[in-house]
Design a protein around this ligand. Structure first.
Ligand SMILES: *Cc1c(COP(=O)(O)O)cnc(C)c1O
Length: 299
């Protein structure tokens, strides 16, 4: 569908956290699949894109914030597939656009800004806001929804020795990726989600509602958000730099840094039984690091 998507670049790398010898941690580098249509966002989008093409839609309308990985991924993916895109952005139109929005606009996305209340209304009932929605594929914020879950399930198709893993771990925003992975995992595997959001707020129930009968078991941990969604205190930035020094692997400030920090904490607390084989999903999102000041990150 999009030639520049390159699943063959995705690999699995062993991670050595200091002093833990009895548990194997491997990282699935989805961040490598495409420079813009990053990580899990490609998987959550691809079924929607297929539906838009099959339904002869003009393109995709979707929703997101100023630094949204999903917005820029949608802008790039629709352009590559020969479709148009409209991005409904949360908040008043800023005087200067974030790099994410500049990129989305450069990919031809028509950006429309709505204040928070109007944004909430529009994402609940897009057709009242945009009368022309029949000609368009409406994709919920972050690529969630049934097609997003189905697309996320196919992430595990990239894992050659899937059966050998005891645990599969990923970051959680909407929980769409976690639900897709839980549906696709083997029944004996345990899924672990590390939430980037502060507070439980119905996430566990939301993920359960997206599962098929016979799905594996999952747990979400809520202790590693570093103050809340998109919050990135110096301790988190220090962790990202330290992780990069140890592994040469870059992480993002919203999701994957908190994921890897959380997994390391669980490892030290003895959560994983001896001889566990843990597959951690690097879901990409590195473009969002551009919201940091130059020089804060060493990569
Ligand atoms: C969007 C995103 C997530 C969260 O995915 P959900 O399916 O919304 O839980 C995780 N990691 C990265 C890098 C993302 O961009």
């Amino acid at each position: 569908m999009i030639k520049s998507i390159r699943p063959e670049t995705v690999n699995i790398e062993a991670i050595k956290y200091a002093a833990i010898q009895t548990v194997d941690i491997s990282l699935l580098r989805l961040d490598k699949i495409h420079p813009v249509i990053s990580g899990n966002k490609w998987f959550k989008l691809k079924e929607y894109l297929k539906l838009a093409i099959e339904g002869n839609k003009k393109g995709i309308i979707t929703f997101g914030g100023t630094w949204s990985n999903h917005i820029v991924a949608t802008a790039c993916a629709t352009r590559s597939a020969g479709l148009s895109s409209i991005g409904i952005i949360r908040g008043e139109e800023p005087a200067t656009f974030s790099q994410t929005l500049q990129d989305a606009q450069a990919f031809g996305m028509d950006l429309r800004f709505l204040n928070r209340a109007a944004f909430r209304e529009a994402s609940k009932a897009p057709d009242t806001f945009l009368p022309e929605t029949n000609d368009w594929m409406v994709v919920p914020e972050g690529g969630k929804g049934e097609s997003g879950v189905a697309g996320a399930s196919s992430i595990l198709d990239l894992v050659p020795d899937l059966d050998m893993y005891t645990h599969i771990c990923c970051a959680v925003g909407t929980g769409t990726m976690l639900a897709g992975l839980t549906n696709a995992a083997r029944p004996w595997q345990k899924l672990i989600g590390i939430s980037s959001l502060k507070g439980e707020d119905g996430l566990t129930a939301a993920v359960s509602a997206m599962l098929k009968p016979g799905a594996a078991r999952f747990s979400i941990f809520f202790d590693y958000h570093f103050g809340g969604y998109a919050k990135h205190p110096p301790a988190l930035v220090d962790y990202m730099n330290q992780f990069f020094r140890q592994t040469r692997i870059p992480t993002d400030i919203v999701y994957t840094s908190k994921l890897l920090f959380g997994i390391e904490q669980l490892l030290h607390s003895g959560y994983f039984p001896e001889n566990s084989k843990v597959l951690v999903i690097h879901s990409g999102g590195l473009q969002g690091n551009r919201s940091l000041k130059a020089g804060e990150l060493i990569f």
